[in-house]
Design a protein around this ligand. Structure first.
Ligand SMILES: Cc1cc2nc3c(=O)[nH]c(=O)nc-3n(C[C@H](O)[C@H](O)[C@H](O)COP(=O)(O)OP(=O)(O)OC[C@H]3O[C@@H](n4cnc5c(N)ncnc54)[C@H](O)[C@@H]3O)c2cc1C
Length: 380
């Protein structure tokens, strides 16, 4: 069946259930999130989590019992939400990103306590790995984990943490042994734990972002000691193609806004759409969006078919889709002329929203390094 949505025909990559899911998400997102640029990012994020939970749409953010995540469900959901709101997209995505270390390495008790609550929107996670001196280079994380009795305490500073201040729990990468990547472990911290404090940060597009300081904060180990970096990288590996999916949703929206505008705006006695130079722009934009969507779906499909790691596919998808989305949105804004830079124009909002996607979960240059390493290691 051909989809009624603006996302084109994804060919054999999606099953009927994915198409149905995307149609449902699209309607929910249109009803709840269209033009959603509230001042209060925290309240808007919690509202988005509640709205998605009410519709049963957070279930895909955690693996089914005894199963794996369905990456295509995550991808089609992010694409449809991001078409309407970057803030709601991140609210959805971080339910998965922040809880995934627990899904991958947590004890049965940790999984039972947290994952159903995440799927129901009753728990809100945050994924806390970045530090002022450890961004792209995660192995240099300094937040210190100290064993105290049966448990652990954390001391250190994390920065650029999505859901900082509204999270009910944090998954935190910290150093449990000196200076080697194997000295990093993953920890679980309650959002209300004593010694935890948050300083809000203000990015260019609405997003609940902050610094999180740990001063003797009680923490539980997730998985085995020394597995922290592996859990963090596997989590990023899994979610990277879905960042690409969100970028495709934003790019598609910009494309649709541009088409609508050039059909109606007349200059020199004719619609902009009749100028061949404008048509060349539309063709380039369509090419960018369609090629990126295929890389995203290919990565998600490869994972859903059973690949344990999709490092190369995920990096290609994220790199291609986020860079393409930036180009497409920039061109869409340009085609709007002055109207494109006015507050309230969808392309103006998209222009601000898309920017961070080329940076978080591995900046563009870092994706290139990952891809190059994979080529050099695997090519005969
Ligand atoms: C909106 C937003 C939300 C975020 N949410 C989270 C979150 O929830 N949890 C979390 O832990 N972090 C989060 N981050 C942090 C994000 O993951 C980091 O910003 C990102 O990994 C880059 O780290 P950095 O900012 O320290 O930049 P740096 O590591 O300083 O890199 C800056 C630039 O240097 C270049 N560069 C770096 N290393 C190399 C290299 N080896 N080779 C070539 N070039 C290189 C690249 O151009 C890169 O863009 C978020 C960031 C943003 C903007």
């Amino acid at each position: 069946m051909r989809s009624r949505l603006p996302f084109g025909d994804p060919g054999p990559y999606l099953e009927e259930r994915h198409r149905e899911l995307q149609e449902r998400v699209f309607e929910v997102a249109r009803a709840h999130f269209e033009g959603d640029e509230e001042e209060d990012e925290a309240a808007a994020t919690l509202g988005a989590v509640r709205a998605l939970a009410r519709e049963g749409l957070l279930a895909s953010t955690v693996p089914a019992p005894f199963g794996a995540l369905d990456l295509r469900s995550l991808a089609v959901t992010r694409e449809a939400i991001a078409y309407f709101s970057g803030l709601a997209d991140s609210a959805f995505a971080i339910q998965g990103l922040g809880s995934h270390p627990v899904a991958l390495g947590g004890s049965d008790a940790q999984k039972k306590a947290l994952l159903p609550a995440v799927a129901a929107g009753e728990a809100v996670p945050a994924f806390a790995v970045t530090e002022p001196e450890a961004g792209s280079d995660l192995a240099s994380v300094r937040t210190q984990a100290t064993r105290v009795g049966d448990g652990w305490r954390l001391d250190g500073l994390k920065t650029y943490i999505s859901n900082a201040g509204i999270a009910t729990f944090y998954t935190v990468l910290a150093r449990s042994a000196p200076d080697s990547p194997k000295g990093l472990s993953m920890f679980l911290v309650d959002g209300q734990a004593p010694g935890l404090s948050v300083r809000p940060l203000q990015p260019m597009a609405p997003h609940p972002l902050g610094e999180v300081r740990f001063e003797g904060v009680p923490a539980q180990l997730i998985g085995a000691e020394g597995r922290g970096l592996a859990l963090a990288l596997q989590t990023l590996d899994t979610f990277r193609p879905t960042v690409g999916a969100a970028a495709c949703g934003m790019a598609q929206r910009a494309m649709d806004e541009a088409v609508e505008h050039v059909r109606h705006r007349r200059q020199f006695g004719q619609p902009l759409a009749d100028f061949q130079a404008v048509q060349m722009h539309l063709a380039d934009m369509e090419h960018d969006v369609c090629a990126s969507r295929l890389l995203v779906l290919h990565a998600a499909f490869t994972r859903d078919r059973g690949a344990s790691r999709i490092t190369r596919e995920g990096a290609l998808a994220k790199l291609s889709a986020t860079e393409a989305a930036q180009r497409v949105i920039d061109r869409a804004l340009q085609l709007h002329g002055g109207a494109g830079v006015m507050r309230g124009a969808a392309v103006e909002r998209l222009y601000r929203e898309v920017r961070a996607l080329r940076i978080y979960e591995g900046a563009t240059d870092v994706q290139k390094l990952v891809i190059a390493r994979q080529i050099l290691e695997t090519k005969p």
